[in-house]
Design a protein around this ligand. Structure first.
Ligand SMILES: Cc1cc2nc3c(=O)[nH]c(=O)nc-3n(C[C@H](O)[C@H](O)[C@H](O)COP(=O)(O)OP(=O)(O)OC[C@H]3O[C@@H](n4cnc5c(N)ncnc54)[C@H](O)[C@@H]3O)c2cc1C
Length: 325
């Protein structure tokens, strides 16, 4: 059965009866096709109020979980005040997927591991005894082993939101910050901490950091429509051209998106656009888990260096029109 609730409380009631939420459906449809979800669907498309972007009292923005990635990237407030977020939303998948995929679904999507998605295998995520990628084909799996599942966390949108300290509001469970939503990767069964029966309603952005520069960049095997080998987001606050604060997040390399505080600290004091090699030396100490993932790990500092160069030349974030100064 497919239910079409009209408001968040109705949606939570339907989810608590065992239904699974469908936002844009771009991931859920495939999961159901592979038998990874069965039972009722709770379609969120008619739920009131979740497809808007609104200003918050403290001068940030509240983005409804059903706002599509295309609309997020095109919104003038996002483009002007959170240009790195807009660039990230515009930089993943295909125009067709971005027109359908929602911000909530992009944060809560499941991993793309071929063992997990195949009905031929019973991996750890499906109640099996072990992560089959460890002994098997792990070419595209996480080179940074935070165990127990080796599949990289799939969400690109988590990178800017983690870097800027966004929060999520939830109906049917506690609100939490992005790091809390993503969890520590210790539960192999899921990519997030939202309990069954809860609805992600909004992603709340803090007030924009006026003058900061941000960029998203990915290293990928082919030019389009593929999950990256490594992806990075960088936000720099550099008044007078010297980095005062840096935020660096990485995706594609671990079972959760990573914020790399050691690199952030090492970037402070560098002139914007300067050679970052010394700050990126931190990555040299990261050990590849298997030979097949060694090349991926080697791409991390290249990807971050490219992202830093892009951020140095990026348009600085502006205050929100009509926002708190
Ligand atoms: C070719 C291709 C390339 C891609 N490349 C990338 C990429 O590089 N980076 C990337 O991040 N993604 C990529 N994607 C994946 C795409 O971004 C996701 O499929 C999409 O973001 C999921 O959003 P959705 O709204 O369709 O979610 P759905 O498929 O509707 O839902 C996904 C999951 O989230 C749950 N859910 C959704 N909304 C809510 C809510 N509000 N409350 C509670 N639970 C909810 C659903 O129950 C389901 O489990 C790619 C997809 C394709 C096909």
């Amino acid at each position: 059965m497919i239910r079409f609730p009209r408001d968040p409380s109705e949606a939570v009631a339907a989810l608590r009866q065992g239904g699974v939420a469908r936002a844009g459906g771009t991931d859920l449809t495939e999961l159901r096709h592979h038998g990874l979800h069965r039972g009722d669907v709770v379609d969120l498309s008619l739920v009131d109020g979740l497809d808007r972007i609104e200003q918050t009292e403290d001068g940030g923005l509240s983005v409804g979980a059903l706002v599509t990635l295309r609309d997020l990237a095109a919104d003038p407030r996002i483009r002007g005040s959170y240009p790195g977020l807009a660039a990230t939303a515009n930089g993943l998948a295909t125009p067709q997927i971005r027109a359908q995929a929602t911000l909530g679904g992009s944060l809560l999507q499941d991993v793309r591991c071929w063992y997990y998605r195949s009905d031929q295998f019973r991996c750890l995520k499906k109640g099996g005894a072990s992560c089959l990628a460890r002994a098997g084909d792990h070419h595209d799996h996480a080179p940074v082993d935070l165990g127990p599942c080796m599949a990289p966390h799939p969400s690109t949108m988590a990178l800017p939101l983690l870097a800027m300290g966004a929060r999520v509001t939830v109906q049917g469970a506690e609100d939490r910050d992005l790091a809390g939503l993503l969890g520590d990767g210790s539960d192999a069964r899921t990519t997030h901490t939202l309990p069954p029966g809860a609805l992600l309603t909004h992603v709340v952005l803090p007030p924009p950091q006026v003058g900061s520069r941000a960029a998203y960049h990915r290293t990928i095997q082919r030019s389009r429509a593929e999950w990256p080998l490594v992806e990075a987001f960088v936000q720099l606050d550099a008044p007078g051209g010297v980095i005062r604060e840096a935020r660096v997040t990485l995706g594609g390399i671990a079972n959760r998106p990573l914020r790399v505080k050691a690199v952030e600290a090492a970037l402070v004091g560098l002139p914007i656009g300067a050679d970052p090699s010394r700050a990126l030396a931190v990555f040299a100490s990261w050990k590849a888990q298997k030979p097949a993932t060694e090349t991926r790990l080697a791409l991390v500092s290249v990807t971050v260096a490219d992202t830093l160069a892009l951020a140095a030349g990026a348009t600085p974030a502006a205050a929100l029109p009509g926002g708190t100064p």
